[in-house]
Structure formats: C-alpha cells, structure tokens
Design a protein around this ligand. Structure first.
Ligand code: FES
Ligand code: FES
Length: 464
C-alpha cells in the first residue's frame, strides 16, 4: 500500500505491505536506525517511538494504521545534538553498549513530558517497559533524576511541515480492499464489511497482539484485516445516566481507563487492573475490546469485569445485543461474538461503584508479565463482617476466564470469621480445575481469596 505519514515533522511516503511494522519502515525504508529492534514482540522497549505524542512500541504498530499520523523517533528528539537527558544518562553511567538507550530516552522523554518532576516510583513505572542488559537499572533511574534536578524539560515536538495528507481516496480504498485491508471511516461501514466478509476478517484496534504473534509464528498472516482504530463510537468512555453504568468503548485504551476519574473515585480495582496491563507503551496502545475478544485465558480485564458484574454490548447491522460477562466465553479462545458483530462497549453498573474490590495478578515478574493467575473480587458490605453481591472472577488457570460459581452461596449474607473464610476459600479453589500445576494454583486461589477477606475484616476491626 502507498502510505503517507509524518516522521519527525516531515512528510514521508512509502510503498509497503500493510502488515509490516512501523519499526521495519523506519529502519529499512527511511534509514532511521536509531530505533532498535530487540525482541520484535513488544517486550524490550528498544523500538520505542512517539506516535501522535504517545509512547508506543514501533514493532507492534502495523503500517495500515499509520496513514496521516505523526511519528517522532530518537533522531527527532536529538536533532539539535544530545539533550540534557542524554547527557545525564552519560554522566550516570547509564549507557554501556547503548543498544537500549534510544528506547530509554523515548520512554523518559514521554514520562517527563507528562510529569516534569516524577518521584522514584513514577520513574520506575515510566521505564518498566524497557529492558537493559548492561547497566542495571539504578544508573538509568539516577540519569532521569539528574536530568530533573538539572531542570531538563523535553523539547517541543517538531512541527508538521507541508500540506496535510489528503484522505485516502475511494479508489485507493477499493484497491486496498482487494488486498484484504479494510479501513472503515464509520461504525456503519465497519458493520457492512463484517456483514459481507464475516469470519474471514480480523478486526484490529490496538493491535498489540497481531504483529508479535506473527513474529512468534503463532499466527499466520491474516487474509483480511479491518482497522477499528479511530472509530468514534468505539472510543467513548463515559457514565451513562440512561443505563446507570460506566460505559467503556471497545476501542478505549488501558491508558484512558487508568486515568478515568470514575476509576479513582469508585472503581479502584479497574484502575489497578488497567495500570498493570503491560507497561505504559502497551497501555497507550492496547484496548479493552482487544483484551476481551482475543479471548486469551490470561487476559487481565475479564476476571475483574466478571467480578464487577460487567456486560458486553455487541453491535451488528441488525442492532445491539447484550451479553453478561459470565456468558461471554464459550471455551478456549471462543467468545459469544457472531461473525457479523463487533464488540461495541462494556458496561459496569453503578451498583458496584464503591464496592470493596480488588484485582490480583500473579506473574513471574512485576512489569509486563503474563498472568499465571489473576483474580478479580467485588463485594458489598451490608453490615460489619456481612457481605452481599460476592463475586470472584478468575483468569489464566482455566481455558477461559470464569466466575467462581459458589462464591455467593458460601460467602454472602452470613457473618464471616477468618476461620470460616479459610474453609470456604478452600472449597472454592477446589471448584477450579487448572490446566496444570493443579495443587499450586488451587493453593494460590485459596490464599488470594483469604487475603482479600482478611483485609476487609481487619479493616473492620481497626475501624471499630
Ligand atoms: Fe522489543 Fe519492540 S523490539 S519491544
Ligand atoms: Fe547495553 Fe542497555 S546499555 S543493553
């Protein structure tokens, strides 16, 4: 496909296969080799760039999502020579082989642009998506701290020059469609495409899975792909009086969910979950709809949405259809979506706002980990030590996320002691049959349920 977009303020045009990564285009077509390829699958951060001002991993961005957009690379950041941040890295010994440095610079620039005086925890979070095999992370942390102490402020992005790229013409759209690439401008157009091409089309919004899966060889190049990014109806995030629910569009990124004010006030576990989906660059790209509809057993959103009594709203040319979260999954990688439907949004009803809620994620490391077990819990405290609406969702251990079926029967509407909770948690854990490491995972489930209720019951003791 012919593709026009901006790199470091300048318009560029390339002819490229639509499923090629931005990283390859930068390095191979444009000769911008400052952006490095480490893992090629979203783990290392060496390929970080800014896309429309957001930190992203360029190995995950497919060409067909780039039209007319603006990319800033390390060459753009240091066009006038090394920045104060790069000097600070050098002085703190944060550069040895230097392979990871462009990625760390891009992540630090993004951090400082959004938070000019970050504390240590914020710096660690901001750099959590980047790996360095030489320096250790202390010197990188000190590098950012030194830059802040010396009053470093990120330079403005280069202004875009030249005429804006014209919208893709009908003709170029038609010829792309012949190649199996669909770029709808409205939800209506997207639904028509699904009506005709149904099962054959892979719909992509954030796209954080598609290129890495192709690199790893776990996904063949799809024959037909439809871009969903930019469809306004999928990107709404608001409280709806009419439905009495927070409605999160399927195309809303985890970064937006993490920052939403309702999360801070009423849905702390939702915020916690969103903040734990990969690191910042992934949260800027990955969408709620993608996380749910890839139907990975290890997806983070589903266990919590099960606990928060979520509902999935599908749409097709025939109208909307509501599916409670507990009916969304039909087996390994299978969902209730019909081929002609799109996931439009997810609703979280206001009756769970302010519930006692928690999201637990157990993995092999803190940042960017794939869950080995995740647990979403939500309860309403009716009276001291007595709870209603007890819901516990679980992910990563069974072929698809599930709600613990007996949680309400065993834990609702009775005065809970820790002794009783331990017994009930053991029974609940035994209802889950993990695909492997059965005893270990059942023990983890039991422990996390106990931990959730211990915090609630202890809080009660402290308050009284
Ligand atoms: Fe490692 Fe992109 S090359 S995250
Ligand atoms: Fe060598 Fe970071 S300096 S990988």
């Amino acid at each position: 496909m012919k593709l026009g977009f901006y790199v470091n303020g300048l318009p560029v045009t390339v002819d490229t296969p639509p499923l090629r990564s931005l990283l390859s285009i930068l390095r191979e077509d444009l000769g911008l080799t400052g952006t490095k390829e480490g893992c090629g699958e979203g783990e290392c951060g060496a390929c970080a760039v800014h896309l429309e001002g957001e930190l992203v991993k360029s190995c995950m961005v497919p060409a067909f999502q780039l039209s007319g957009r603006s990319v800033v690379t390390i060459e753009g950041i240091s066009a006038q020579g090394p920045t104060g941040l790069q000097d600070a890295f050098l002085q703190e010994g944060a550069v040895q082989c230097g392979f990871c440095t462009p990625g760390f610079v891009m992540a630090s620039e993004y951090l400082l642009r959004n938070d000019p005086a970050p504390n240590e925890e914020a710096i660690r979070k901001g750099l959590a998506g980047n790996l360095c095999r030489c320096t250790g992370y202390g010197s990188l942390l000190r590098g950012v701290q030194r830059a802040v102490a010396e009053g470093y402020t990120p330079r403005n992005f280069p202004p875009l020059s030249g005429e804006p790229f014209p919208e893709d013409s009908e003709m170029s759209r038609k010829s792309l469609e012949e190649e199996g690439i669909f770029l709808p401008r409205t939800l209506e157009e997207a639904l028509k495409i699904l009506e005709t091409h149904g099962e054959d089309v892979l719909s992509v919004a954030g796209g954080t899975d598609i290129l890495p899966d192709m690199v790893k060889g776990v996904r063949k190049t799809p024959r037909k792909v439809m871009n969903l990014r930019g469809l306004a109806e999928l990107e709404k995030l608001e409280y709806q009086e009419e439905s009495g629910a927070l409605e999160i569009g399927a195309g809303v990124t985890f970064a937006r969910i993490r920052e939403h004010s309702l999360g801070a006030r009423h849905l702390p576990a939702l915020r916690e979950m969103a903040a734990g989906v990969g690191a910042v660059a992934i949260q800027n790209m990955a969408t709620l709809g993608g996380n749910l509809m890839t139907a990975s057993a290890a997806g983070d959103a589903a266990p919590l949405l099960l606990a928060l009594e979520g509902e999935a709203v599908f749409v097709s040319s025939r109208g909307e259809r509501v599916v409670p979260m507990e009916d969304l999954y039909r087996g390994y990688r299978k969902t209730a979506r019909q081929p002609s439907e799109l996931l439009l949004k997810v609703r979280i009803p206001s009756r769970v706002f302010g519930s006692s809620q928690k999201f637990f994620k157990v993995g092999t490391r803190k940042a960017l980990t794939i869950s080995r077990l995740s647990l979403g819990c939500s309860v309403i405290e009716k009276a001291p030590g007595i709870f209603s609406r007890v819901r516990i969702g679980i992910g990563s251990v069974t072929p698809c996320p599930m709600l613990l079926p007996r949680a309400s029967e065993l834990l609702e509407n009775r005065h809970l002691s820790m002794e009783y909770v331990k017994e009930a948690a053991a029974l609940l854990a035994r209802d889950v049959v993990p695909r492997k490491d059965t005893a270990y995972r059942q023990e983890m489930i039991r422990n996390l349920i106990c931990r959730f209720f211990a915090e609630l019951l202890e809080k009660r003791v402290v308050q009284s």
